[in-house]
Design a protein around this ligand. Structure first.
Ligand code: ADP
Ligand code: ZN
Ligand code: MG
Length: 496
């Protein structure tokens, strides 16, 4: 009965080496106040100068979000006093930001929607305050670090949609290589705005939940607010426009302050920085930074390889993972021509990566993004998959080969040869082993045949599996299980 409107303001730290208006190092975790200078500390008389790389990265995100980049863009001063900002104003963008009127599609198993992007603007971050007992400490290393703010229209209508937006935006900026997306370290933070109203009456009175540092809190905070505001409206009460905080210990939002108006900031064009006019070379460098975006890649994997949504999504979670998959798959397809369809090759490769390789990476306590440095390279994995498909390696030995490659750093073929793990498919050789098993298990062969003749399927299956197992053991696990099964059946039929 109530309609919900949600708009997000997401701040991302751009991965520039230096700050946005001075040459100080932009790094997380350095000795406090070691990366500061007169410019980012706001001494009188200093002049900022724009870090063009920050502008390039900002525009790359804007283009990936289908925004228009204006022919001229400039900075504005946002005046306010706070101890974490020594200048008493923040250099930001207000009147004509670098990216305008775009959109992004978000999609998963349950949600598929287009969210309009109002704008992207470049600004400087403030310092960091730490409160311990009765003292407050200030670290200005972060002051002046390049921050891109992405503002959506109020197009989302549930905590789940907002969570998906954050997750997919995070994936996108990581693909573009412009932000590490590390929410715990504050590289990506969100303010979430929500209002509810009687259906058809348009936007309601907005409440802002500030400084959310996990996509889960975005979902929980918004759904809590939707509930809280619904109860207020049910009771005929008014919703107060205010800023709230998510209290993760009590699972609820709490009032922080009633909202100031935008014009309290007395924005005016920053006089110390020239207007930025992107030229053709700059636009080229922006376009060059655009890669195939994650959602496009997910869709391509589903379309070209018939992978299901969950598999395609998991493979595209990290660009390095998707790159690894495609490199391995190309080799598997070449090596299994005429044996596997492209779709089967893709499914087998996907299964390996999403189970065994992920497991190996976990075991090595590595990040998924480090998959490119794995000793089990795409070519080596492809060899394992192809040898298995050709019947030259059992699936059990395939896993062992993968483990051995990780510790010995050798190609699959070398490992298999050294360890004698090649699968035996020659019926003559398996037949010799079978005769040994037969000599020792003659009675079991007869019992199995009798059970089959008597229609005792359960007993037959047990005995048959036992015999096949014996035969595999006799060949040290190297016999092709399919052929071993066939030979056991034949031997049973002519046992006496
Ligand atoms: P403010 O001036 O208070 O910062 P803006 O108009 O700039 O507000 O919007 C900030 C964010 O809040 C945007 O993401 C926008 O989509 C969202 N928003 C604005 N009004 C509403 C509303 N009534 N309900 C929900 N979200 C809103
Ligand atoms: Zn500086
Ligand atoms: Mg605003």
């Amino acid at each position: 009965m109530y309609e919900t409107f949600i708009g997000l303001e997401v701040h991302i730290h751009l991965l520039t080496k230096t700050k946005v208006f001075c040459g100080c190092r932009a790094a997380f975790g350095d000795e406090p106040n070691s990366n500061i200078c007169p410019v980012c500390m706001g001494y009188p008389g200093v002049l900022p100068s724009l870090n063009k790389e920050a502008m390039r990265m900002g525009c790359t995100v804007a283009r990936a979000l289908n925004c228009r980049i204006p022919e001229r863009t400039w900075f504005d001063r946002k005046q306010y006093f706070y101890p974490d900002m020594t200048k008493n104003y923040q250099i930001s963008q207000f009147a004509n930001p670098l990216g305008q009127e775009g959109w992004i599609e978000i999609e998963d198993r349950n949600i598929s929607k287009r969210v309009r992007i109002r704008e992207c603007h470049l600004e400087e971050d403030a310092g960091k305050m730490m409160h311990t007992g009765t003292v407050s400490l200030l670290d200005y290393n972060r002051a002046g670090v390049a921050l891109l703010e992405i503002v959506t229209e109020p197009d989302m209508c549930s905590g789940e949609e907002a969570e998906l937006f954050i997750q997919q935006l995070r994936r996108l900026v990581r693909y573009l290589g412009v932000c590490d997306g590390n929410m715990e370290e504050g590289s990506l933070r969100a303010d979430a705005n929500i209002s509810i109203n009687n259906a058809g009456s348009g936007l309601g009175k907005k409440v802002e939940i500030k400084n959310l540092n996990s996509s889960r809190f975005v979902r929980l905070g918004l759904n809590y607010e939707r509930e809280r505001q619904g109860v207020l409206l049910d009771e005929g009460k008014e919703i107060i426009q205010e800023t709230r905080l998510w209290n993760e210990n009590r699972d609820r939002t709490e009032v922080m302050r009633t909202k100031e108006n935008a014009n309290d900031y007395r924005y005016f064009p920053e006089p110390d920085l020239p207007v930025f006019i992107p030229d053709a070379a700059f636009i080229d460098s922006v376009e060059a930074g655009l890669v195939e975006l994650p959602l496009e890649r997910v869709r391509r994997f589903k379309r070209d390889w018939a992978l299901n949504g969950d598999h395609a999504d998991a493979l595209c979670e990290e660009k390095a993972l998707a790159d690894y998959f495609e490199a391995a798959l190309a080799a598997v397809i070449t090596q299994t021509k005429g044996l596997l369809s492209d779709q089967d090759a893709a499914q087998k490769t996907a299964n390996w990566i999403l189970t065994d390789i992920k497991h190996l990476i976990n075991r090595e306590k590595q990040e998924l993004s480090a998959i490119g440095a794995l000793k089990l390279t795409p070519a080596r994995l492809a060899a394992i998959i192809s040898l298995t498909a050709r019947g030259e390696l059992s699936s059990k030995n395939a896993k062992q080969t993968a483990f051995a490659i990780m510790s010995e750093d050798k190609d699959a073929e070398v490992i298999i040869k050294e360890k004698g793990w090649a699968q035996i498919s020659d019926p003559a050789i398996i037949g010799q082993a079978l005769e040994k098993v037969y000599a020792a298990e003659q009675k079991t062969f007869k019992d199995a045949r009798d059970a089959q003749a008597a229609g005792n399927a359960k007993r037959f299956t047990t005995l048959n599996a036992y015999l096949v197992g014996k035969l595999l053991a006799e060949t040290h696990g190297r016999a092709n299980p399919e052929i071993a099964g066939k030979l056991v059946a034949e031997r049973m039929a002519c046992s006496d």
